[in-house]
Design a protein around this ligand. Structure first.
Ligand code: GLU
Length: 289
């Protein structure tokens, strides 16, 4: 079964950073390659601020993203879609899944999940949710709400997968304009993912799907590290009746030891490199542009 397809006139690509740290060389590569593909395809490159995580998103990182991208020589249409202004929209999408009977409340702490873990892990290496709260009785649920336990909502993956059957989507590569191939999604390998986190009515997975559709994104371009998570996104698109873009996965920029760069490794941040004398031209040249 295919998610609904979408065919606006102009290719629309996006760079969608989460402002929970400073941009590093890996982000610069992703922004530059996506921008270059958008222009080669006669399309537009949009910027989206994925700032829905109340614990990690910070205004100074939002500001730094604008500054660093401008410094690199990139421009984008305004206004920028800022996810923290759209909680109502994500809430409505979650409501739709709730009405379908696909969300359930989970009161587990990280520690409890670790303690009850079955040993199975998801593609990112995290423990698969052991299903502790899936079988709570309505009385047990009410008691936890009454006791003000922090709550998050999980997707009932078995039910969701049973609803959609085989799920295909389109991958194009190595560039988005290459001939697309049909791929099959396997979201079940993620288990019951969280779609509404504690303290916020959404999660990365829910917001990204809602906004790629809201912005009519035709081609989602992201690193290979995000390929497996795309299975969850394709499932959500189908359940919510949203359009499914074409996906292209680009290479990752690795450090000297061969590891993916991380926001906690400040040495590779664009700011740190700039302080050491890097220029937009030297960064572009280093990344092959
Ligand atoms: N906001 C996500 C991140 O910074 C990426 C979004 C996406 O490409 O889907 O990791």
């Amino acid at each position: 079964m295919n998610a609904l397809s979408n065919a606006p006139d102009q290719p629309l690509l996006r760079f969608a950073p989460s402002p929970n740290g400073f941009l590093h060389l890996g982000h610069a590569y992703s922004a530059l390659i996506t921008n270059s593909w958008a222009h080669q395809m006669g399309g537009q490159w949009l910027l989206r601020m994925e700032d829905t995580d109340p614990e990690r998103s910070r205004p100074e990182f939002v500001q730094a993203i604008y500054e660093d991208l401008t410094w690199l020589g990139l421009t984008w249409p305004k206004p920028v879609l800022v996810q923290s202004t759209r909680f109502d929209v994500y809430k409505a999408a979650a409501e739709k899944l709730r009405t379908l009977g696909l969300l359930y409340p989970c009161f587990c702490s990280r520690k409890q999940i670790k303690t009850n873990a079955t040993g199975q892990t998801d593609p990112d290496g995290a423990p698969i949710y052991p299903g502790t709260c899936k079988h709570l009785t309505p009385q047990e649920i009410s008691a936890r709400f009454a006791d003000k336990f922090p709550v998050q909502y999980r997707l009932d993956m078995d039910k969701a997968v049973a609803k959609v059957g085989a799920l295909s989507f389109t991958i194009a590569g190595p560039t988005p304009s290459d001939r697309p191939k049909i791929s099959y999604a396997n979201p079940a390998r993620w288990g019951d993912v969280v779609l509404q986190r504690k303290g916020t009515p959404t999660s990365y997975h829910l917001s990204v799907v809602v906004d790629d559709a809201a912005q009519n994104i035709t081609h989602v371009t992201r690193g290979h590290d995000m390929q497996a998570a795309t299975d969850i996104h394709v499932l959500l698109q189908f359940l919510l009746g949203l359009s499914s873009p074409t996906y292209t996965f680009h290479k990752l920029i690795l450090d000297d030891e061969g590891y993916k760069l991380s926001k906690s490794d400040h040495s590779q941040s664009l700011r740190a490199l700039r302080k050491e004398g890097a220029t937009p031209q030297s960064i572009r040249a280093q990344l092959g542009f």
